[in-house]
Unconditional design. Structure first.
Length: 57
């Protein structure tokens, strides 16, 4: 999966950030797998973690 395919809306990004702060984990927006918030990419589907790419984590 490339960077463009991994991009999400600003609303989705803020929801992930909120979830990361509250739970220390997030649900992958592509496959819903529960993953640690600081991963580089989802181990199930390969989604590139936009929280890390954009410098939030």
């Amino acid at each position: 999966m490339n960077q463009k395919e991994s991009e999400i809306t600003e609303e989705q990004l803020m929801a992930l950030l909120r979830q990361a702060v509250e739970d220390v984990a997030i649900n992958c927006p592509k496959c819903e797998t529960r993953v640690e918030a600081d991963i580089d990419k989802c181990f199930e589907c390969g989604w590139i973690n936009q929280l890390k790419v954009k410098g939030f984590i």
